[in-house]
Design a protein around this ligand. Structure first.
Ligand SMILES: Cc1ncc(COP(=O)(O)O)c(C=O)c1O
Length: 410
């Protein structure tokens, strides 16, 4: 079993360890929730100060040109592209994941007018299922079909217009084989839309290598773009001229400042814009992305895998017999960057952990979920988090009635 001094030695040898200093992480907190809301980059404080005081306060409306606010969705998209194996001009930062899913589900299925099926898995992130339902409602003759992750490839058929999956499952952490599923969909004449919300910024993603058609993802988790940060969407270059957003807002027009009555889609990804971008949030996302400038995604993924192994090993050694069941794969190729356990008393245990400074989250009905953000989490953090969890389980301190009270956000 790894000792604390061995974990500290791993931190000392970690080439990514210096990244931690770039983030505001309160003393006494072990932050295992970067997969829900990433930590605040120190640089964001100064950049937001500049965005508010100078760009908004002094430059006012001129900022759309002089500070290139107008070019931010494309510029930020180009900073996301290398993190997901996409090319320049294939990604745009805009709206929320939900809105972008809706745009792409409609746009993609319209490319396959003779096929009726949108194929996904049961238990996909709710917004993916809900937006697919909403899209199917307005697209005459389309229906959603759900098939379990392990049989999804066999379920792709000649009536499948779109396969829509979350690359890394938000609860279990299960990672789909993007290359195999995309290839199987293409062989059957279907298109594929990947939700990268739990992948981007944590593991290596190769949309280009897989020839994936469409993708979306969020900016507030591993990209550290801040609460409610804009999301992004990706369309493979050769499909861009053939697809149209159903949300034909003026920012997606070819010439928005000609104020014409008729809609003409902008070339490339710009047609997927809808309304005015939230500039302060856009700029916070941009600063979050700048933290990845010198980072190789495979190195980040390797650290994530090592943090996971340490966490799992420590839980086995120190928490055995307390009812925790690992639901995330031990095979690094089959998971993302979080580790999840089921426990029938998951909610109060997580509240007791948070009370002791170990911030993870609970996903109903019974999942304790810990995000292992490789950019700023260390091995000693993992070691200490498990030590505290073991203590809570051993002493049953989670039984304190104040930990039973449910909150609006879990
Ligand atoms: C896989 C996945 N998709 C979508 C979302 C949320 O989308 P939105 O940005 O629209 O809230 C989440 C949020 O956690 C998620 O995990």
């Amino acid at each position: 079993m790894t000792t604390l001094s061995e974990a500290e030695a791993l931190d000392a040898a970690d080439p990514l360890a210096a990244m931690r200093e770039r983030f505001v992480l309160p003393d006494g907190t072990i932050y295992l929730d970067g997969n829900s809301l990433g930590a605040l980059p120190r640089a964001t404080i100064a950049a937001q100060q500049d965005a508010v005081s100078r760009q908004w306060g002094e430059d006012l409306i001129a900022s759309w040109n002089s500070n290139d606010w107008i070019g931010a969705p494309q510029r930020i998209g180009d900073k996301i592209a290398p993190l997901i194996g996409a090319n320049t001009g294939e990604v745009i930062a805009t709206d929320s994941v939900s809105v972008n899913l809706f745009k792409l589900i409609v746009a993609a299925t319209r490319l396959r007018p003779d096929r009726s099926e949108i194929l996904t898995e049961p238990g996909n992130f709710p917004t993916d299922l809900y937006t697919a339902d909403g899209a199917a409602d307005i697209l005459a003759g389309r229906r959603i079909r759900t098939e379990n992750a392990d049989t999804i490839i066999d379920a792709i058929g000649h009536d499948t217009a779109l396969v829509m999956l979350t690359h890394v499952h938000y609860k279990t952490g299960h990672r789909h084989d993007m290359a195999a599923i995309t290839a199987a969909a293409h062989d059957a004449g279907a298109l594929v839309l990947w939700d990268l919300s739990h992948s981007v910024g944590a593991i290596a993603v190769d949309l280009g290598g897989c020839e994936a058609d469409f993708a979306v993802g969020c900016g507030y988790k591993y990209l550290n773009g801040g609460p409610g940060a804009p999301a992004f969407l990706h369309v493979r270059r050769d499909l861009q001229d053939a697809v149209l957003s159903p949300l034909t807002g003026w920012m997606g027009h070819a010439a928005p400042f000609e104020f014409r009555d008729d809609y003409e889609p902008a070339p490339g990804m710009t047609r997927f814009l809808c309304g005015t971008p939230p500039m302060l949030s856009m700029l916070a996302l941009e600063t979050g992305l700048e933290q990845f400038a010198d980072i190789a995604m495979p190195a980040l993924e390797a650290k994530s895998a090592a943090l996971f192994e340490l966490f799992a090993e420590q839980i086995e050694a120190r928490c055995a017999g307390h009812g925790l069941e690992l639901v995330t794969s031990r095979d690094p190729a089959k998971r993302g960057s979080h580790i999840s356990y089921t426990h029938s008393d998951g909610w109060p245990i997580m509240q007791a952990l948070i009370d002791r400074g170990v911030v993870g989250d609970f996903r109903a009905p019974d999942i304790l979920r810990f995000g292992l953000t490789p950019l700023y989490l260390g091995y000693a953090d993992v070691w200490r988090a498990v030590e505290i969890l073991a203590d809570i389980l051993e002493k049953e301190s989670w039984r304190d009635p104040r930990y039973a009270e449910r909150k609006a956000v879990t």
